[in-house]
Design a protein around this ligand. Sequence first.
Ligand code: ATP
Ligand code: MG
Length: 325
Amino acid sequence: MTSLAPDALGPTVTIGEILVEIVATSEGEGFREPLNLIGPFPSGAPAIFIDQCARIGGSAGIVGAVGDDDFGKVNIDRLQRDGVDVSAVAVSTDHPTGSAFVRYRPDGSRDFVFNIAKSAAALIEWTPQVARLVNRAGHLHIMGTVFAMPSAWEITRRAADIIKARGGSLSLDPNLRKELIGHGQTRERLEQLMAMSDLILPSGPELALATGIADERAAVQSLLERGVGEIVVKRGDAGSTYYGRHGVRIDCAAFLVDELDPTGAGDCFGGAYVGCRRLGLEPAEALTYANAAGARNVTVRGPMEGAATRAELDDFMARTERARP
Ligand code: ATP
Ligand code: MG
């Protein structure tokens, strides 16, 4: 039994920013002198998630906006190539596609120059195309970035009600930072979404932040009691853990890889997990594919470049050692 609606009910839909990412090829601080850069790479957490979901074989669609420019085409072409329904991606004629310039520091932290808030990425609207996609969707995946984007929040609420009413399911990747949680209506909105979610995919300290409970087991229990069907905790290079009803816990050891570019691991993990579960895979198998998708993505430069098909993940798993549990 899965807590997620089957793929046959309709596509997994996500809502939010679509960007290009341009990456400095050298480590260091910031962008204050001329640098060698590589890109544009298609990006944006929701776009990475949905691309991985489609590549693994799930039906998938995205609600978002790009500019009428080459950066927009980079995204639309990639998503379309990988099988994502882009009918609800609006093309703005007076705002450019969102972008992020990224440079890694030697300690693994990152410097950014963003053009998101004033770009097409933030101009998501409820259009007839959005209504058509949402009205036939079987699952909604919500990214924490909607808390900071008023236009995305309104559409997410509306879509969540419609999809739930037609028997669809809902997942949430909280993507919370502690600075954000006290901000505006974030706490209240988070509570609303957690109460509606069938699956929550926290990483790092997000579970404790979201529930206000430091102990992992107790935090998970509080979510299960609220009706969340499954909780999957992402642990970076330490793998992941599934928690389900009746005390079920499954730990999944990480694949041993050389991390070249950590961006997008959590989104690929989520896309693979949701895709596999909706296609009917059991939690343990979906979790293994998700672990593989996250691990494989960090071995490739570019946020979405490592998103993989099921065959590519089978091949990756066959030739990659696992950490000891
Ligand atoms: P992001 O950094 O993209 O926001 P996240 O914090 O949501 O991601 P992570 O825990 O970093 O999520 O990564 C998701 C999953 O991908 C992990 O649970 C793990 O299975 C896999 N993964 C990520 N990084 C590595 C790594 N260096 N080695 C092996 N597996 C990894
Ligand atoms: Mg991470």
